[in-house]
Structures are given as C-alpha cells and as structure tokens.
Design a protein around this ligand. Structure first.
Ligand code: GRG
Length: 296
C-alpha cells in the first residue's frame, strides 16, 4: 500500500530508531546457522512501514513513557509481524513472490529456511520482551502474555486458518471483517496496548485503545485490498496481485462503498481515541497522516 511519508519529524525519528534497533537485535553473525540469520535479516530489515512498532511507541509517548522504555517491545511487535508475513507468503498459504519490494523469503532462501526464519523471528520477539531490561519484571510478563494472545488461538493463527479455509467461499462483509479483525486488528490492538502498558496507562484507556485498534485494522485491510485492486492494471500485476478469486470487502461492496466503509472505520477510531488535552497527540497525528491520507 502506498502511504504518504510527509510526516512529523517525531515519526521519522521513531521509524529510524526502530530500524536501527532491529538491526542490532538480530545482528550479522548472530547465533545459529548463517543462512537462517541472513534470511531473518533479509525479511526483517526490508523496507516495511513499521506501523506496529510506531503504534507501540506513539501510545507509549502519548501516555508519558520514555521512547527508550518502549523501543525493544515495539521491535518485538515488528518481529512477530514479519514472521507472519514470511509464513503468509509460503506456497502452501498465499504463495506470494514479492514482499516489501523484493523476492519473498522462500523464493530467495527456499521454503525450509523461510519456515525456520519465521520461527527464529518469533522466538527472538519473545526473547526481546523478556530482556527489555528497563521494565519491571511483572510488566514484561504481562507483555509476553499480551503478545502471545495476539498470535495464538485467539489471534493471527486463528485468523489465518479461518481465512485459508474460507478461501473462495461466498462470504458476507460481516464474515470478512471478522477475518480481517483476526488477521490484522489483533496485532494493532496488541501493539497499542503494549505501548500504553509500558507507560502504566489505566485499564480504561487500554480498553479504549483496543477499540481504536480494532477499527484501524479493519480500515487498513480495506485500504490494502483497494490498493491490490489498483495494482491489477500495473506492469507487475502478475507478481503483485494476490489470489484474485478471494473475496474481499472491496469485491463484495465495490470500490466506492468500500471507501465509505474505510472512512467509517477511520472516523470511529479517531472518535474513540482517548482525548489528551485540547490539541492533537503524536498518535492521533500519525493515524491521520498514515491512515487518513493513505492513497486509495
Ligand atoms: C505465527 C506469527 C504467526 C503467524 C501465523 C501466517 C499467519 C499466522 C498470519 C498472517 C496474517 C497476515 C499476513 C495478515 C495480513 C496483515 C497485513 C495487513 C499485512 C501488511 O502489513 P503492512 O502493510 O506491511 O504493514 P509492511 O511490509 O509495511 O510491514
């Protein structure tokens, strides 16, 4: 998806900090076989938009934490997300050939190395949270639990399995949005909650953030699908297009009504975003720029 990058300096600084920290959390020559290390770095350091770690950092900043206290756990959300992309791209799943502007991990390194790289990334995500040294032990434990909930039986795994089983079936917008919630919103929810928890936010604010993230994930998935449709006429359409027979909110509603639905979810997210003072906050500004100005 194409996103405008004319963002406030804070966001650019945070994105650079995430990229630099990811580089050090899985360094060249890190333990284990060199091929897996290379595949992990290939996937992780490719130019992703870093939406999930930015959500974590901006929530942390919004609720008064220092960036340094949230940086490692923010990087952990990106590791989980990247692992999910590597698995999603496999021939047995979406069978994608391009990701983040480069050949997918299994195309570059082979399927078995791609699977091992995804497992290594997941493992490194949890190792990173447990070692996030400036946070109290109980906070780290709560974050491990929160992150694992977003991945497992109530999270990405369920979303992916349901999506694969539903493939091609006639569906409803409600059913698709339930899948989109399980595949996309769950990690947005965890990312925002983790940032807020690092800052010691109250449970009520965290509940509000969860609802914000749920709508953001649904809006983002519609934008992603609209963008896929716009690629259909592009020069690399064969490589870039996902399963054209798979129903999406866009294929069910048509582009115009899908855009309206995107607008509805975005408006709900902004309405629910906990108010801070009278002006905007870095998190609200980021959502406005990244989501509201996403080119549809
Ligand atoms: C065990 C972690 C784990 C997952 C297993 C494979 C799987 C289950 C889930 C895949 C879920 C999936 C791929 C959802 C799509 C989410 C999505 C909107 C991806 C695109 O995100 P962007 O646009 O990508 O943020 P970049 O590359 O910018 O990070």
């Amino acid at each position: 998806m194409q996103v405008l990058y004319a963002q406030p300096t804070l966001v650019e600084d945070l994105r650079s900090a995430v990229n630099a920290r990811l580089d050090t959390l899985v360094p060249v020559g890190h333990r284990g076989p060199q091929r897996v290390n290379e595949a992990v770095r290939y996937a992780l350091l490719a130019p992703g938009k870093r939406i999930r770690p930015l959500l974590t950092l901006l929530a942390a900043v919004d609720f008064g934490a220092a960036v340094g206290d949230a940086l490692d756990v923010a990087c952990a959300t990106e590791m989980v997300h990247t692992a999910s992309l590597v698995l999603d791209d496999l021939p047995s799943m979406d069978d994608a050939r391009l990701r983040r502007g480069q050949p997918t991990v299994h195309v570059q390194y082979g399927e078995s190395t791609a699977i091992l790289a995804a497992v290594a990334l997941l493992n490194q995500a949890f190792a990173t949270v447990t070692r996030a040294g400036r946070l109290p032990c109980e906070t780290r434990l709560a974050l491990v639990e929160r992150l694992s909930a977003a991945i497992g039986f109530d999270g990405l795994v369920t979303g992916q399995e349901n999506d694969l089983q539903d493939r091609g079936a006639t569906s409803t917008v409600a059913r698709l949005e339930s899948l989109n919630h399980q595949k996309t919103s769950v990690l947005f929810e965890a990312a925002l909650e983790i940032g807020a928890r690092v800052a010691g936010a109250a449970d009520r604010s965290i509940d509000e953030l969860r609802q914000v993230a749920a709508h953001l994930g649904l809006a983002y998935q519609i934008a992603d699908d609209l963008f896929d449709v716009s690629l259909a006429t592009g020069p690399q359409s064969k490589d870039l297009l996902k399963d054209a027979n798979k129903p999406t909110v866009v294929s069910l509603l048509g582009a115009e009504r899908a855009r309206e639905r995107f607008g509805h979810h975005l408006a709900e997210a902004l309405k629910l975003l906990p108010a801070r003072g009278t002006g905007g906050t870095p998190l609200r500004d980021y959502i406005m720029v990244t989501f509201a100005q996403t080119r549809l």
